[in-house]
Each structure stands twice: as structure tokens, then as C-alpha cells.
Design a protein around this ligand. Structure first.
Ligand SMILES: Cc1ncc(COP(=O)(O)O)c(C=O)c1O
Length: 482
């Protein structure tokens, strides 16, 4: 495919009128001569229709949730209602400076305060920070609060370990390590949940806490979570609940009622902002009362008739973001929660679980399912043994030929040739049936014509890429010599 530079022809122009054109002032008039580069910047020269066609063509090669089913496990690639986008884009919300004094932005503070209250209600926690910009950032914030909690008790020196089930999300051990803890792995049992005997053996006076991904990365709810909490608390540790996949139990179960001390939310998955895609996210963190003093500053407070930022918190871990957080994402979450109401939130998780189980039952034969039983919002198939030399990667690549974004592959590591599928709550039965048909067709092709899968994709703008090379030596910008 040609780049816009390949299409460039000397002298072609695509002009919009702007203020400088109207005043016949050139940007260079404002700059000192010694700041101007001698040579031209090497921009493509292209006419407006060619420019439009180029970018429209490019956009058609893209694939997003507005194109079709996007079963990327662990990422909750669901439809995000457009009215929430519109609301976040209104000038009342968009045009405030983040350093505006609180008395000028009372409405924004009120929204943050009320969103915090709503999130407390959803999670069963006693306090909230909206600052972190992502799920992993929320995890780090939580880990820093666990450090502070033990530091205040003079126990940090010996409490150096965070327990992590082998089914936890990849960011969990990374966050524990970045916060200065040693990650101690706990094996899963045959049912795919935390092995209680293994947990007891690993728990000691060195335990600072446990990080539980719930549902875990197999899509399974930790049925022994109350016992897990008791074991860790008895040893003096704290329980961190990775709530990034809240669509699995929203309105049905609250981490705060399960003995958990800290949880984070992925607003950019559960609450109306897309995950990934280059935009900002928000990973608020909820804590139980005993951790309230350590919340990042400032905390938004209701004071009499108004709202203010409380900085006077001497035990706080400090700031974790330069401003109060990704405000537009907070607006969308607020609007999403209020527009759905309690009953709507329950329906979110009901449909997420129903859709995942429907698809799992349709696909577990001929694909393999290592951990039987009811899943929550997602499930993990084992793609091995599907045909001569067929690997999960071949199945994923063939899905591209049928116009689908593939599921997450090779994660979690505890399933061989893993295919992690999350249909999400916003897909119709018809869409799930169509996807099933495609997956079954691919399974048949794998047996009858494995070469077809080895060569896939053949219908996409580019064929199979060298993904290792792309990850290790990314080429992120065009240069003329290439
Ligand atoms: C269970 C779990 N934890 C943590 C994260 C990390 O969130 P983020 O990508 O916002 O850092 C994710 C991401 O989807 C997740 O699924």
C-alpha cells in the first residue's frame, strides 16, 4: 500500500482557510530568522481529494468495535454508548483548565465527588481516588498504599512479599515488583482457582498482601475468596482485588463484601470508554476504612454546600497524577452509571456472563476447554491438536480472513495454546451465532486443509507479519530511506 509520501507530487496543495490566510500573515513572520530551518520540512504535497481518499482508505483497513465483534479476551471490547461521548465533549466539561480554582469548577468537583460515591456503592469500599490513569496505574497506587500501611506499623522491613496466583493478570506481578515487593507465585488447583493448601504454605510473616484477579484470567470466579481473605488477614497481610473485569459481576457482587481491602476499576473497559486505542483511561482505586489515610492527595470532599480538594492528609502516599485524573473518562463513567441505574448495571453482568457461557458451550467441542464449569465474562480454549501442525496463532490469523478481530492468544500461560475469548455484554445472539459458525468452519479447515491456516491471513492488506521482529525492533515512523 502506498504511503501519503509515495502519493506526493511537487506543487500539489490542499488548503484550508485559516486566520493567517485571512490576515495574510505567515507563521514565519512571528519567528526570528535564526529559528527558521533552511530546508523544507519534507511534508507530502497532495491535493485535497487525494488526501481525503488516502485517509478514508486507511480508515477502512482499520477494525474496531463499531465494525463488528471484537472478542479480545481481558480487554472488554464492547460498545460504548455514544451519548456518554457527547456529554464528555460538551464545552462545559471540556473547556475548564485543570488548574482552575475550585470555586470556578464546582460542577466538575461535584461530578468527581458523586462518581466516587457511586463507585463506593458498586464496590463496597469506603474511600476512592479517581487519579490513576489506567488499571496498572491503579494497581501500583494500591501497592504503594499497602507499603505505607505496613510502614506506619513498622512492619515494612519484614513484609516484603505479595502473593500472586498463577492465573492473575500479567500487570499484577509487575505492579507488585515496581512497588518494591517480591512476587510469590501460588499455583492454581484443577478447577482453575487458588490452591488453598498452596496459599497456606506460601503465607508467612513476610506476607504484605495478596493480589487476586477476579474473575481470574481463566474467566473463573474465585469461589474460596472468603477463605483466601481470612488466611491472608490472619497473617497480617492485605487483600488487593483486581476489579478490571467488573462487567463480570457488576451489581451482583461487591469486592468490599468479600473481605477485600483494595480494588481498582478500569473505567476504560467497564464504564463507557474504550480500552486501548490511544485515548486516555482511568483506573480509580477504592479502599476500606483502614486505608483511607493513605489515599493519594487531593481527595475531593463535600464541604457544606460546596466541594473542595483536601490536601491536608499527612499520611497520604502523595500524588499519583499531575492533575485530578482523566476528567473526560470520569464524565463518561458517571453518565453511564446514572443512565443504567441499579437494574441496568445488573443486566450488564448478566448479559456478559450469559454471552460468554453461550459461546463457550458452542465452541468447547471441537475446541478444547481445560477448565470445565460456568465461566464469568470470558473463557479460555485450548487450541492444540486441531489439525496437522495447527497452532492457536493459525486459528487467530484465519479469523482475520473472515473479517474478525482475533481473541487474545497465548494468555493466560497456564493453558496450552490459549485462545481467550470475551464476547462482552453488548453482542446479540445473532452475532454470537455467526462467530460460532466461523470458528467451526475454521476448525473443519484445520483438519481438511491445514496449509490454508498456515498461510493465513490472505485476505488482509498485509499477510502474516513477523510479530517478534515487530515487537523487538518496532519501526514507528516513516523515513525516506525506507
Ligand atoms: C484483569 C486486568 N487487570 C489489569 C489490567 C490492566 O489495565 P490497563 O490496561 O488499564 O493498565 C487489565 C487490562 O485489561 C485486566 O484485564
Amino acid at each position: 500500500m502506498e504511503t501519503i509520501f509515495d502519493k506526493s507530487k511537487s506543487g500539489r496543495r490542499s488548503t484550508y482557510l485559516n486566520e493567517d490566510d485571512l490576515t495574510s500573515k505567515k507563521p514565519s513572520d512571528e519567528l526570528d530568522g535564526d529559528l527558521l530551518r533552511g530546508e523544507k520540512p519534507g511534508l507530502p504535497e497532495i491535493s485535497q481529494p487525494e488526501l481525503m481518499r488516502h485517509f478514508v482508505e486507511l480508515s477502512k483497513k482499520n477494525y474496531g468495535v463499531d465494525d463488528g465483534l471484537y472478542p479480545l479476551g481481558s480487554c472488554t471490547m464492547k460498545h460504548n454508548p455514544k451519548p456518554n461521548e457527547d456529554l464528555a465533549a460538551t464545552e462545559e466539561f471540556q473547556d475548564h483548565h485543570p488548574l482552575a480554582s475550585p470555586d470556578l469548577v464546582q460542577g466538575n468537583l461535584r461530578l468527581m465527588y458523586e462518581l466516587g460515591e457511586l463507585l463506593k456503592g458498586v464496590s463496597g469500599m469506603d474511600g476512592i481516588t479517581l487519579q490513576p490513569s489506567a488499571g496498572a496505574h491503579g494497581e501500583l497506587t494500591g501497592m504503594l498504599m499497602i507499603r505505607k500501611y505496613h510502614e506506619v506499623r513498622d512492619e515494612l522491613e519484614r513484609r516484603t512479599e505479595i502473593l500472586l496466583p498463577d492465573s492473575s493478570h500479567g500487570t499484577n506481578p509487575a505492579s507488585a515488583a515496581v512497588a518494591g515487593f517480591d512476587a510469590v507465585e501460588i499455583k492454581s488447583n484443577d478447577e482453575g482457582t487458588v490452591d488453598i493448601e498452596g496459599l497456606k504454605e506460601a503465607t508467612s510473616e513476610k506476607t504484605a498482601g495478596i493480589m487476586l484477579t477476579v474473575p481470574n484470567t481463566l474467566g473463573i470466579f474465585e469461589k474460596d475468596i472468603l477463605e483466601v481473605a481470612e488466611i491472608v488477614h490472619d497473617a497480617g497481610g492485605l487483600c488487593y482485588f483486581d476489579g478490571a473485569n467488573l462487567n463480570a459481576f457488576l451489581g451482583r457482587v461487591r469486592p468490599g463484601d468479600l473481605g477485600m481491602d483494595i480494588t481498582h476499576f478500569n473505567l476504560h473497559k467497564t464504564f463507557s470508554t474504550p480500552h486501548g486505542g490511544g485515548g486516555p483511561g482511568a483506573g480509580p482505586v477504592g479502599v476500606k476504612e483502614k486505608l483511607l489515610p493513605y489515599l493519594p492527595i487531593p481527595v475531593v470532599e463535600k464541604t457544606g454546600d460546596g466541594y473542595s480538594f483536601d490536601y491536608d492528609r499527612p499520611k497520604s502516599i502523595g500524588k499519583v497524577n499531575s492533575f485530578p485524573g482523566a476528567f473526560g473518562v470520569l464524565v463518561k463513567a458517571y453518565s453511564y452509571i446514572l443512565s443504567l441505574g441499579d437494574e441496568g448495571l445488573k443486566r450488564v453482568s448478566d448479559n456478559a456472563v450469559l454471552n460468554a457461557n453461550y459461546l463457550k458451550e458452542k465452541l468447547k467441542d471441537p475446541y478444547k476447554l481445560d477448565y470445565e464449569g460456568v465461566c464469568k465474562h470470558e473463557f479460555v480454549l485450548n487450541g492444540s491438536g486441531m489439525g496437522e501442525g495447527i497452532k492457536t496463532l493459525d486459528i487467530a490469523k484465519r479469523l482475520l480472513d473472515y473479517g474478525y478481530h482475533p481473541p487474545t492468544v497465548y494468555f493466560p500461560l497456564i493453558v496450552k495454546e490459549a485462545l481467550m475469548i470475551e464476547p462482552t455484554e453488548t453482542e446479540t445472539k445473532e452475532n454470537l451465532d455467526e462467530f460460532t459458525e466461523t470458528m467451526l468452519k475454521i476448525a473443519a479447515e484445520a483438519m481438511e486443509d491445514p496449509e490454508l491456516l498456515h498461510e493465513a491471513p490472505t485476505e488482509t492488506p498485509v499477510g502474516r507479519l513477523d510479530e517478534t521482529q515487530a515487537a523487538r525492533n518496532p519501526v514507528l515512523r516513516w523515513t525516506e530511506s525506507e
